[in-house]
Design a protein. Structure first.
Length: 213
């Protein structure tokens, strides 16, 4: 459903994925760190260097939809499509929503990206190779420097594992839980989970949902 307010802000109550091949609506599927690590095409640590709005117009020149193209300068890969921990120095991803003139389109539960922010991202590639944030907000973790000079990562996931509970800073019943953890510790945990998923896929491809054509 699309709702237009007086200041030309459109709010999508559903989630729309417009990655060239199709448009569809869905809701957030709760994920934990195991799910994110196993399902991601790539896991990267880097900085947002650009967020560019890409509008589409109707015949009258009015904005119909807006997608955002986000460019990330990659510091390091925890997982890459080519295998191992190497890849392009930049990755580009696409999210639905953005600002064009006085028109703003927001998608509920979609992550927002601000140039200059440091992030750790779980990305999923479409069949055409276009990246999006896996699990909507669950696939984006912000990185900040604490007062003590330590790098800390924070984000929201739908269903934290028991071993992650010590790092949960807030819960909202059946809603997402916010976790906060030292960046190095978080990366070590994610690399371990990626390794477990890769070993499991070698033993049993069907268990990970692999398709054979």
């Amino acid at each position: 459903m699309i709702r237009k307010t007086a200041n030309s802000v459109f709010t999508f109550c559903g989630i729309l994925f417009l990655f060239v091949e199709r448009a569809g609506a869905t809701t957030v599927v709760p994920m934990n760190l195991v799910d994110l690590s196993a399902s991601a095409s790539e896991v990267v640590v880097g900085k947002v260097i650009r967020s560019k709005a890409i509008p589409t117009y109707d015949k009258a020149g009015r904005v119909l939809s807006v997608s955002s193209e986000i460019r990330i300068a990659v510091d390091r890969y925890l997982k890459s499509r080519t295998g191992g921990e190497t890849g392009s120095p930049y990755v580009t991803l696409y999210e639905y929503g953005g600002v064009v003139g006085d028109t703003t389109i927001r998608v509920s539960d979609a992550p927002e990206y601000i140039p200059g922010e440091n992030v750790l991202l779980f990305l999923k590639a479409s069949s055409r190779g276009l990246n999006r944030t896996l699990g909507l907000y669950q696939g984006k973790f912000s990185i900040r420097m604490t007062a003590s000079g330590q790098s800390e990562v924070s984000g929201r996931i739908g269903k934290p594992l028991s071993e992650d509970l010590p790092f949960v800073t807030s819960e909202s019943g059946d809603g997402p839980s916010e976790i906060r953890m030292d960046l190095d510790e978080f990366e070590t945990r994610i690399e371990g989970l990626i390794g477990l998923a890769e070993r499991a896929s070698v033993v049993s491809p069907a268990a990970t949902g692999s398709d054979r054509e």
